[in-house]
Design a protein around this ligand. Sequence first.
Ligand code: ADP
Ligand code: ZN
Length: 729
Amino acid sequence: MTQEFFHEGDLVGVLTTQPLDRTLDYKAPEGGCHLGAFVEVPLGPRKVLGVVWGAGKGDFDYKKVRSVIRVLDVAPMADEMRQFLIKAADYTLTPMNAMLRLATRAPGLGDAPSMRKVYRLGTDEPTRMTDARAKVLGVLRDYGGLAFTLKEIAESAGVTTSVVKGLVKLGAVSEEDAPRDVPYPRLDPDRGGKELTNDQAVGAKILSEAVRSGTYGTTLLKGVTGSGKTEVYLEAVAECLRQGRQALVLLPEIALTAEFLTRVEARFGCKPAEWHSGVTMTERRRCWRMVGQGDAQLIVGARSALFLPFRDLGLVVVDEEHDTSYKQEDGVLYNARDMTVLRASLNAAQVVLASATPSLESWANVEAGKYARVTLASRYGAAVLPKMSAIDMRIEDLPGGRWVSPTLQKMVEARLERGEQSLLFLNRRGYAPVTICRACGHQIGCDDCDATMVEHRFLKRLMCHQCGETKPMPTVCPSCEAVDKLAPVGPGVERMAEEAQALFPDARVAVLSSDLYGSARALKEHIQSIARGETDVIVGTQLVAKGHNFPKLTLVGVIDADLGLQGSDLRAAERTFQLMRQVAGRAGRAEIAGEAVLQTFQPEHPVIRAILGGDEEAFWTAEAAERRAAGVPPYGRMAGIVLSSPNVQEVFDLGTQMARMDGPLRKIGAQVYGPAPAPIARIRGRHRVRLLVKAEKSAPLQQALVAWAAQFKLRGELRMAIDIDPQSF
Ligand code: ADP
Ligand code: ZN
């Protein structure tokens, strides 16, 4: 490696993960250190993690400068990675230390190898079983023979580490030294390639040539579900591996990875490294270190995998690039798709954005000539696109308290007779979105948020979907104290499943929704059992829309196609269009033709008609024209400023003041809208108001925002968060 080297005693500037927005000077330790080295440094009485960020500033008495304690036993951070973090921080207006924290999420990064212990299920039963002990053993049993760190077990089981240690003493849990990081088996790029169709081969050739060029570029890979996008981008991955560079595939949903890993194994001979919240800490640690040494060739992961310390990143695939889960809405607010493009441009890497229903942003970048485009027009093999139609709910004869129309019911019955699967799609988790008192009309809301509590029968509790708070279902109305008068209003998937079971008593009905599973593994197993055909009727939320392959599924019935069109969000049309097309795409993947029906009260709505007609170009063109006229993304730039405080008056006062003192924004021709209640007006007891800033595409928005925000002091409990490119506007 050719990174700059500092000799013992040289002054180095170290960026730590502590909330200080600058580097601190230290002396290089005995043996010296490289630029980018991960180090442990003293800060007050503590030892903290940091990265050697450059030469020291030297504006301090040299004699008083303390020394780096030690250089950690991991590869130094590459220059491109440091550049990436700096640019990403500038773009998202995130403090550098918070950015560094994203890039150092490796468990036990600073631990010496000998200090690490791992634990697994032991042989003995504890003599006395307690609740806490049972939880620990349950977690370990759930995961079979895998080894975990102490912290990991305690966190999963929701107990203290001393419970686990107690079980070690009793022999019920065994302790051993953590193994040295085992290298990943080598993937073979020339192994299991499929014979590609003409379209696919053309696409694969374009992407492979781009990878071979060794330069930056982004390509939108657009193709209907089942057209073979995955097959095509795996060829680009193969080329990247042949070049000896590292590849990253980002997926939006953990549940997807099982199927994907199997495909990678079939193609390259073994599984790639995984990075997401469902991976054990030991495995995460291994992945992080191997990526940094250049010893992991292919990583499959969630959005945070973009912050892994790649040695030589040659290709990033963002699958389902339109998916909203690529936007991190908590802590550092970033969109992984956009950050991927930034990172790739610094690494001379290629980006492939794959989707059946691309985001308007990517579509516009293709139009503007910034991205290349590869299109797969038809499904692979005999599979044809599903036939789509609407069920006009205004003329259906539907008894009260029911949501499946007689027309849809008949269609499901026909599938049941033929032994095929049906999906009833409803994008609402839980049993009922609202619980109301039939005596006084009171709706049960969350104590801390501006949201109704959603009944979850499965959990036997009410849950706030904003903050996750739950409480038991009361028997008495909290407002008028009437007994047994509380009733569910409206459908959630759990209630739909009841209706489905009543309508189709002999069918095997299963709910597929994110909150019904204790672990990612349980969810994975459930999805696999559905794929094997062990379910007749699936009732699902948008979890099912995301790329799962259910070969026997031939009918998709959307219970409420109008749901996403309510509200004033300018992105509602785009979202609904994408979601409906994705869900419909689940039907008829294999040889059997599929059909998708939308239950709607407004079949003439332009978005519903665009979904049914399938004329995407026309839809995008119309959407683009509207956005351009309004000057909003992707044709203008936006930022959201969310102010929050427990005191509602305080937030509105500051918001009003900010809207008035908009000089720095006016200077760049930007406009301020608001303050208005934020999309979520109250979370965890904090009131939130939002100001939206709109500027022209070329305006220096970030600089103006910084100058604008600097005019105001945040006192007491007031907080401000800046969201560049907000998801809703
Ligand atoms: P997409 O990613 O566009 O949804 P996939 O790559 O998952 O499409 O392909 C859909 C199905 O068709 C998969 O089961 C895949 O293995 C199969 N398939 C696609 N192209 C080919 C091919 N050229 N040869 C064999 N099977 C293919
Ligand atoms: Zn809440």
